[in-house]
Design a protein around this ligand. Structure first.
Ligand code: AMP
Length: 428
């Protein structure tokens, strides 16, 4: 199958060929002709499947087939959960529209709105946005959504996880009812199905691959190890294997910072990327990682979601996620575009349950090993006792810091997955 057979215009084919793509990926092969026919599409696809081109190419074709009259108005809207994903999709839109008369831009929170507003005022056809900033600008009367003909919800499952459902509903009320809709999601929970029922019209269902096929290209290993020795073991893997581009996942932002500092101390250049970092810091870390200046990128699930890091050879789960689907997303960062990759998970005694959940989702057992000199000795009881002691110490420290006063500004520390309202507010 060639891109030409999918019905794409010469201008798009030229841009695709300049990207070096020769054959469409399965999701592109299935989705592109349906979108070009004008159908609503419900697509099951995760990062790494080529889904971005799967919706961007036909969207560009549809927008240009019917050229704008007078001043450009926003006719296509792509909603994404994170700033990084928005920036990445925008990069793709720009590259693929190189030979087309199309103007596009991207908006997200955490940065000054004025340059974004200026670009929109000049007239654009396609807008890539995170929900918070989009609604902010709309509320201020700085953009209009009343001419939208084409709507894409990308990574819809993650949008719901991050508490964006109300924002999405608000956006749906602001855009015309008659439009073409695409919904991309890696998983299909009850909530996603209900969202799909709400806003898709007679959709075609397309599946990139079953949920776990990305995992098949990846060599997966788990290592049982004590919690307190995980950093030492990671350092050993990276140094012994001479690995120079490693993505490491932690469960919390604090954990990401701590690990990154320890790796730096051990002589391994690294950066942490998570929801508390400014947009500039995240972009800088990702650029440094891509260019090879930074050897290890330590990330939380939400921050890493959707990052386009091609041909990543190694992914390490410093801690396992408690949601098995997140494991599949994490290891989907390696073994891309036909290349093989390696995914290593460090498993403390308290994480063995998570391995079971992951194995159930994958339908296979994961290889479990112990590195010589790193035989685990922790027991669940001991970890529970330590956690209780830490908590008591922490509470005592807070009481002392308050000095008996009832007024306290201290807030509990938290990971990326805290309350949905906070997460949603923070992303605006
Ligand atoms: P995505 O799933 O959209 O994040 O894409 C994953 C990666 O695959 C990106 O680096 C794309 O540039 C690349 N890609 C997308 N489509 C193709 C294709 N047809 N052939 C080769 N690489 C592709």
């Amino acid at each position: 199958m060639s891109f030409k057979k999918l019905g794409l215009s010469d201008a798009l084919l030229k841009a695709v060929s300049e990207k070096g793509y020769t054959t469409p990926s399965p999701i592109q092969e299935k989705a592109i002709p349906q979108v070009l026919k004008g159908r609503d599409v419900l697509a099951s696809a995760q990062t790494g499947t080529g889904k971005t081109a799967g919706f961007t190419l036909p969207m560009l074709q549809i927008i240009t087939e019917n050229p704008h009259r007078g001043k450009r108005k926003i006719r296509a809207l792509v909603l994404t959960p994170t700033r990084e994903l928005a920036a990445q999709i925008y990069d793709n839109v720009r590259e693929y529209s190189k030979y087309l008369d199309v103007k596009s831009t991207v908006i997200f929170g955490g940065v000054n709105q004025n340059p974004q507003v200026r670009t929109i005022r000049q007239g654009i056809d396609i807008l890539v946005a995170t929900p918070g900033r989009l609604l902010d600008l709309e509320n201020q009367g700085l953009l209009s959504l009343s001419n939208i003909e084409f709507l894409v919800l990308d990574e819809a499952d993650r949008m719901l996880d991050m508490g964006f459902i109300h924002d999405i509903k608000k956006v749906l009320k602001l855009i015309p009812e008659k439009r073409q809709n695409l919904l991309f999601s890696a998983t299909f929970s009850k909530e996603i199905k209900s969202l799909a029922n709400n806003f898709l019209t007679n959709p075609i269902l397309v599946e990139a691959t079953p949920e776990n096929t990305t995992a098949e290209k990846v060599e997966q290993k788990t290592y049982r190890v004590d919690k307190s020795r995980k950093t030492e073991l990671i350092t050993k893997f990276i140094k012994d294997g001479n690995w120079d581009q490693v993505l490491v996942f932690t469960r919390t932002k604090h954990g990401a910072n701590r690990l990154s500092q320890k790796l730096d101390k051990a002589g391994i250049t690294s950066a942490a990327i998570h929801g508390n970092k400014t947009q500039n810091a995240r972009v800088k870390a990702l650029d440094g990682f891509k260019s090879g200046k930074i050897r290890v990128l330590v990330a939380t699930d939400i921050a890493a979601r959707g990052l386009d890091i091609p041909l990543l050879p190694h992914v390490i789960n410093y801690e396992l996620p408690n949601v098995p689907e997140d494991y599949v997303h994490r290891i989907g960062r390696t073994g891309r575009a036909g290349a093989s990759g390696q995914a290593i998970s460090l498993v403390g005694v308290d994480e063995v349950e998570y391995v079971r959940g992951i194995e159930k989702l994958l339908g296979e057992k994961l290889q479990s090993e112990v590195v010589e000199g790193f035989q685990p000795t922790d027991t669940i009881e001991q970890l529970k006792k330590e956690a209780a002691e830490n908590k008591a110490r922490h509470q005592k420290g807070r009481r002392n810091a308050r000095g008996g006063s009832q007024k306290s500004n201290s807030r509990p520390s938290s990971g990326d997955r805290k309350s949905k309202t906070t997460a949603s507010r923070r992303r605006r």
